[in-house]
Each structure stands twice: as C-alpha cells, then as structure tokens.
Design a protein around this ligand. Structure first.
Ligand code: FMN
Length: 449
C-alpha cells in the first residue's frame, strides 16, 4: 500500500531519527530549531495555532532520505531508477482526509496557517514543501515543486523563473489571456516530492512516477474549486490560479538550495481561492537547503548512472555530494577498461546540472573522503587527467558565473571540470597494492587485553 507523510514520520521515529518538541514554538523559530537538531523535528504545539502541528527536516541527510526510500544510502539512485522505470497510474477516489476542513471565499486566510520565516534575508514567510499540480489542454497534467512566498492573506508569490514544464504551461495560458489554475499539496510523502522535482518529459504524469516509487497507485481527490486532482492523504491543499500578469511581481530573496541567499526575482502571483486540510493538520516545513539538496540527489545520481551506461561504462557506485548541493558535482567509481576514465567524465559532464565530475576505479570507496583524496593524489597527473570544457550552460544562482553582468534575460555559461582519478593507462595495478599488516590474521587484539 502507498505510504503517506505520516508513515514517513513514523519510519523516522522508529529509526531514532525524529525529535519531538513538546513546548509551544513560534513558527518563525521552526527553521532555526530544526537546524540545531540532529534528527528530523516534530513540533507538537505551535504558538497561536492550536489545531496545527509541524514537522521539518525529514530528508535533511542521506541517511534519512534512504530511510524514507526504504533502501541503503548507496542505493538511492538505483531505487529511484526502479521507480521511474515502472510507473503506476494514479487512482481517483471520492474523498480523502486532505479535504476534512474546507475554507472557501471570504474564509480563505493564509495567516491562519503557521507559515515559517526561515532565513535572515527572506522576502517573507515561505511555503517550501510544495507539490504543485497544473494542466495544459495539449500536454495534460503536470506536477512540480515550486516555492511560495506569503504576500497577503490570499496571495503568494511563486518562483517560476527557471525553465520548466509548468513555466511553459503558464506562458501558454498567458498567451491565451487566461490564468493558470494550480493546486498545491503540502505534507506529502518524500516519494511524491521526488516525483515532483524530477524533470519528467512534458507529457508524463509525475503522479505515475510517484506511484512507481511507491509500487502502488497514488489516490487522488478532485479539488473543490479548480479542475485538478491532489493526493488524498496530503496535510494541506491550496487551490487557486496564477494571475495572467506575467513575470511582474517581486518575489524573494530566499535562502536557496545553493546555501546562499538568492536575488529578488520577477514572478507571477498565485491567488488562493480555497484552502483544504486535515482536521489535525501537520504543516511540513521543508528545511532549506538540506532537504532541497537531498531531494535532488537520487535524480542527479540516476541521470549520471544512465549517462554512464549510454557511454558503455560500467558504474559501481555514484554519489552527488552535499557539498555540491547534491546537484553540481558527481563522483562515480567504475569498473574501468582502457580509456573509460575519460569516457566516464564526458558522460557525467553531459548531465546538464553537473559542473564537476570525478571518476575513480572500483577499489575506491567514494563515500570515504580520505580514500577519494588518496586516489586524487596518486592516480592523477594534472596534464593528462583533467578535462576542462569551457562555455557550457550555467545556472544563475552560482555566483561564479557572474549572472549579474548579463543584463535582463541573459543566460550564464560555465566551465565544466572533469577529474580522472582512475589508475592511469600503462601503470600496473600492483603499483597501488595497499599495505597489509604482518600476521594480521594470526593475532587478535582481544587476546592481549
Ligand atoms: C523542494 C524543492 C523546491 C523547488 N522549488 C522550485 C522553485 O521554486 N522554482 C523552480 O523553478 N523550481 C523549483 N524546484 C525544481 C522543480 O521542482 C523541478 O525542476 C521540477 O522538475 C519542475 O517540474 P515541471 O518541469 O514538471 O513543472 C524545486 C525542487 C524542490 C525539490
């Protein structure tokens, strides 16, 4: 059976990875408190919001993401690949807990939800854990994750600047002079969040991807005021439309997944027409930047695995380290044949987001930074094993691409760097034989204690 947000909390708690906070907390303090906890946080009481509880930092570490995905930390990419290979269509059901309470018309009031103020320079309180649904007459249903900034009791900003399917849907609605209806589900299982953040082809329904990850259909209910469907087990749903005003309203700044505060952007406005939620709702505060980063990891790692296989290279392990925001860097170990260190680099750097790729042989544990340093020290000759590709597509939020100098609408470029830390061709493997201690198997420390 499909799991929900509350199942994810239970799995974390059973593994000792959830900290319950009983004392009432101001929503402006959620983020700072979650950042100090070693575990995910569950706020059992919220000042001024007696019927709400909140949870955050569910997948702030690779360990917690792996727990949510029911696999080992090394297997998150393969687990994700299995899910997207076997999509399961969503199922429409007649009702669900996400509509136990309905606020419509004058009752709509975003200030009645405990919205967190997360970072020092944020343009306002943000809803960071969104699963946003929209439809296009030609392409069908789309699901993505898009942050929302509180503006008024009925309006939020939305960051729709980067190219995405929903940006395209909005542009098409705008061209036709009409608003774009959207529905926003908050408090869904991490599988739904992964499906939303996955860049599926435009005609693929990401609910089926979420179903593939669950191995069971996602139950959907029809929204009350828009022609859209949302997960029946969501904690909270906002229904409404993106006003046909184009990219004209200021949105941001916001603490980005790059761990840096992003600029103010020009974006559309989301007008909320209806709010539905569970009778005892739990607000999901997705903790920036960590949860955003870790939700990217399986997607980027799976893209790296696929690129390696297309290049006929056999991957052994792959890792998108959090230092590269699980987005800009890929490290892979491969079962190498001559020349494949370089082929692997070309493959990994072909993943659009990846700016730095490192490849090692399969004897290196790429999860151990000391092993990686060792390979980088003794298997690299910089004049042979470093690949620099200038002028590739970059991302605005990387300060080193100097996007501010490009003017409005300018697209930044970046250099990509590949490091081949595999044993160089022509150097015998025996040269790398590790130290072995004399009589290691003959003596046992316990016998001498
Ligand atoms: C937590 C989270 C928040 C995100 N916020 C945004 C955002 O505000 N704007 C954006 O363009 N992309 C954002 N993304 C990335 C998009 O969700 C991602 O590109 C997705 O594939 C877009 O879906 P679509 O192309 O099907 O519309 C976010 C991803 C995650 C995991």
């Amino acid at each position: 059976m499909k799991q929900g947000f509350r199942d994810a909390l239970r799995v974390l708690e059973d593994a000792g990875e959830l900290r319950r906070i009983k004392k009432a907390v101001d929503p402006r303090h959620f983020s700072a408190l979650a950042a100090q906890a070693k575990e995910a946080t569950f706020f059992e009481a919220i000042e001024g919001y007696p019927s709400w509880r909140a949870a955050g930092a569910l997948v702030s570490t690779r360990k917690r993401l792996a727990l949510a995905m029911g696999c080992s930390e090394a297997d998150i990419a393969r687990r994700f690949e299995d899910g997207i290979r076997r999509p399961v269509d969503a199922r429409l059901v007649s009702d669900g807990p996400c509509q136990e309470v309905v606020w419509q018309g004058d009752a709509v009031d975003l200030t009645a939800i405990p919205l967190p103020l997360m970072h020092v320079k944020d343009g306002g309180p943000y809803i960071s854990a969104t699963m946003v649904v929209s439809k296009d007459p030609e392409y069908g249903r789309n699901v993505g994750s898009y942050r929302l900034m509180y503006r008024t009791p009925r309006d939020t900003g939305i960051d729709l600047v980067s190219s995405s399917d929903m940006r395209r849907y909005y542009q098409r609605a705008l061209d036709a002079g009409r608003p774009l209806e959207i529905a926003v589900a908050v408090g869904v299982h991490p599988y739904e969040m992964l499906a939303a953040s996955y860049k599926a082809p435009i005609d693929v329904d990401e609910y089926a991807i979420a179903g593939g990850l669950h191995g069971a259909p996602v139950d959907l209910v029809r929204c009350r005021t828009v022609d859209l469907e949302v997960p029946a087990d969501a904690e909270l749903v906002l229904e409404g439309e993106l006003l046909p005003i184009g990219w004209t309203a200021d949105e941001g700044p916001f603490g980005e997944f790059s761990h840096i505060t992003g600029d103010v952007k020009w974006n559309p406005i989301f007008r909320v027409k209806c709010i539905t939620h569970r009778r005892d709702p739990i607000f999901y505060m997705l903790q920036m930047p960590w949860e955003n980063d870790w939700l990217a990891a399986p997607v980027i790692e799976a893209a790296g695995l696929q690129a390696l296989r297309i290049a006929s290279v056999e991957p052994v392990a792959i890792r998108a380290p959090v230092g590269g925001c699980c987005y800009w860097t890929l490290i892979a170990s491969i079962r190498k044949r001559p020349g494949e260190g370089k082929n692997a680099l070309l493959a990994l750097l072909s993943v659009a987001e990846v700016k730095l790729a490192i490849v090692t042989d399969d004897d290196i544990n790429i999860y151990d930074p000391d092993e990686l340093d060792w390979a980088m020290t003794f298997r690299i000759q910089a004049d042979h094993d470093v690949l620099i590709i200038p002028g590739a597509r970059g991302k605005h939020i990387d300060p080193s691409v100097r996007a501010w100098s490009l003017g409005k609408g300018g697209l930044p470029t970046t250099a990509k760097l590949g490091i081949d830390a595999t044993i160089p061709e022509g150097v015998p493997r025996e040269q790398y034989e590790r130290l072995r201690y004399f009589a290691k198997d003959a003596v046992r420390l316990e016998d001498y204690l």
